[in-house]
Ligand binder design. Structure first.
Ligand SMILES: O=P(O)(O)OC[C@H]1O[C@H](O[C@H]2O[C@H](CO)[C@@H](O)[C@H](O)[C@H]2O)[C@H](O)[C@@H](O)[C@@H]1O
Length: 262
């Protein structure tokens, strides 16, 4: 069994009837791929994209990526497949090739970008990831600079005002449109075909995924956290490798249900 039993209250089999029709929502970094030293250094196992494509078919199309990455990045890394996706922590949502919603590029983003690039240029190991609608400051290669980087991000976010929120993550902080969240994205997707009426399952690994777990819990779905760390997810899977095994096995059998994760 790849699901780690924790102190969590429920046995997954009590709440996950085998025959449920699920809608599957998957985070990307730390979930479909292992965390890498830099954003560009991630490696997706070559079997995963075709497996997701076959799972999508077996789920009647109800499979979407819910990521902090831009949708264009997800398309690139999963090519030739193009999945439904919520990118940039929910600031972009695409279903069946159509953009359902996309936040505008915040006015003050250009000035913020300049400040962050200036900081990165004078601090070795700091990386700025400019995603236009949001921007991330990474310190994974310079962990001793975490406090300084976070303070800068808090100041920049405060200066930008209520239209922007600070999203912390694994060795990263990001400026994100305030109205966007993974929870909001999942709720929006669950109102659209082919997701509506299904039981949501969301799998993620990071702070940004907590909003998604909350939404899925409220919808009576299954929330699954990859790895350890505090979470409101009801269940855990040990690692991206363990998840990959579950997904590839389900794809091989042409069937994915909530009990595939137990
Ligand atoms: O919601 P996700 O799909 O998990 O995306 C969250 C952020 O992931 C990326 O950063 C993280 O992964 C990098 C590569 O493994 C790692 O170097 C970095 O330390 C992590 O924070 C991505 O670069 C961000 O844009 C995403 O928002």
């Amino acid at each position: 069994m790849t699901l780690i039993e924790t102190e969590l209250p429920h046995d997954i089999r009590d709440i996950a009837p085998t025959e449920s029709e699920i809608a599957l929502f998957l985070d990307f970094d730390g979930t479909l791929v292992e965390i890498a030293p830099m954003p560009d250094a991630v490696h997706l196992d070559r079997q995963v994209a075709p497996a997701l494509e076959s799972l999508r078919a077996s789920l009647g199309g109800a499979l979407a990526l819910v990521s902090g990455r831009p949708v264009s990045f997800l398309d690139e890394v999963l090519a030739p497949y193009r999945f439904d996706a919520a990118g940039l922590h929910g600031a972009q949502i695409r279903v069946d090739g159509e953009i359902l919603s996309q936040s505008a590029v915040p006015e003050a983003m250009r000035e913020a970008t300049r400040d962050l690039v200036r900081f990165a240029n004078s601090h070795v190991g700091i990386i700025v990831e400019d995603k236009r609608i949001s921007i991330a400051l990474h310190w994974r290669l310079a962990p001793t600079l975490k406090d300084e980087a976070l303070e800068l991000m808090r100041n920049v976010a405060a200066r930008m005002g209520p239209a922007i929120r600070l999203q912390e993550g694994k060795s990263v902080a990001e400026l994100v449109p305030a109205g966007a969240s993974k929870g909001g994205a999942i709720v929006q997707l669950m109102q659209a075909a082919p997701y509506a009426g299904r039981r949501p399952v969301f799998i993620g690994d990071d702070i940004t995924d907590e909003a998604g777990f909350e939404a899925v819990n409220a919808l009576g779905g299954l929330s699954i956290r990859i790895g350890d760390g505090e979470t409101c997810a009801a269940h855990r899977i040990a690692s991206p490798t363990a998840l990959r095994t579950i997904l590839l096995t389900a794809a091989e059998h042409g069937r994915l249900t909530a009990s595939s994760f137990s």
